[in-house]
Design a protein around this ligand. Structure first.
Ligand SMILES: Nc1ncnc2c1ncn2[C@@H]1O[C@H](COP(=O)(O)OP(=O)(O)OP(=O)(O)O)[C@@H](O)[C@H]1O
Ligand SMILES: [Mg+2]
Length: 238
């Protein structure tokens, strides 16, 4: 088991964002975390990656308690946040070099070029980020998240705002990463197309609670994912 979340609760002032969240993610999963706007997807990812703290509950990642052993967890995971900032005046190469210098183990020139190549940015290393399309920026963000070779990668709506070709490219990249490097992927999305192409297991979140979870193929036996999604998020818990 890579992630175990138990009874996670998070309030922002009076507003309950997570209302007793429970789920597990297994090694090698591409786990789809679905839910409408405001369901609590980003909040969950921020707690699981140690950016913010929960009010109560427990998160265990690869045997480490996220609230007590965050440094161990940070070695094993990385994330592409919901709104990633890019230093537009840097080249793709400089951007990856900059972030790789923040780690103990710095990357060689070859290592940086390999990483850019892995995400399909070969030949673009000397280009300014300013000139990149949204899809290219997303790839660069994923390259940044791969600097420490994470066992577990969190992606918060990685295909948001991309055209069909851009989405397809990100899908292929993630499938490759999962199959060739064995990276476990936790992906938040509200695009059912992402889920169909990528995920083996999903959870549907609504008002900070999981309303449906399970194996995608088993769930699809009971109706289309679209039907399941709309039926299970039609009525909120609040
Ligand atoms: N920093 C914050 N301060 C106050 N309320 C917040 C904060 N961040 C999130 N919330 C609230 O918590 C709830 C969950 O928000 P969250 O961003 O986790 O949802 P989400 O599922 O990621 O939504 P989206 O699909 O729009 O990205 C929402 O009601 C939101 O308004
Ligand atoms: Mg979000």
């Amino acid at each position: 088991m890579v992630i175990r979340v138990e009874n996670l609760i998070k309030k922002y002032d009076e507003r309950t964002a997570l209302d007793g969240l429970n789920f597990t993610v297994e090694d090698g999963d591409i786990y789809g975390f679905l839910g409408p706007n405001g369901a609590g997807k980003t909040t969950t990812i921020r707690i699981l990656t140690g950016i913010i703290r929960a009010d109560s509950g427990q998160v265990i990642i690869e045997g480490h308690d996220v609230f007590r052993e965050i440094m161990e967890v940070k070695r094993l995971v990385n994330a592409l946040p919901e709104s990633n900032g890019y230093y537009e005046w840097m080249t793709a190469y400089e951007y990856i070099e900059f972030f790789s210098n923040l780690y103990e183990e710095k990357k060689s020139k070859q290592g940086i070029l390999k990483l850019l190549d892995d995400v399909g940015l070969n030949g673009k290393e000397g280009h300014l980020i300013r000139s990149f399309s949204r899809g290219m920026k997303q790839r660069l963000g994923i390259a940044r998240a791969l600097i420490n070779r994470p066992k577990l990668l969190f992606l918060d709506e990685p295909t948001n705002g991309l055209d069909p070709k851009g989405r397809r490219d990100i899908h292929d990249l993630l499938i490759d990463l999962n199959q060739k490097q064995g990276t476990t992927i936790f992906l938040s999305t509200h695009l059912l197309d992402d889920v169909e192409r990528l995920c083996n297991r999903i959870a549907i979140l609504n008002y900070g609670k999981i309303v449906r979870a399970g194996d995608l193929r088993e769930m699809k036996g009971k109706g289309t994912i679209e039907d399941i999604f709309f039926l299970s998020t039609k009525e909120g818990a609040q």
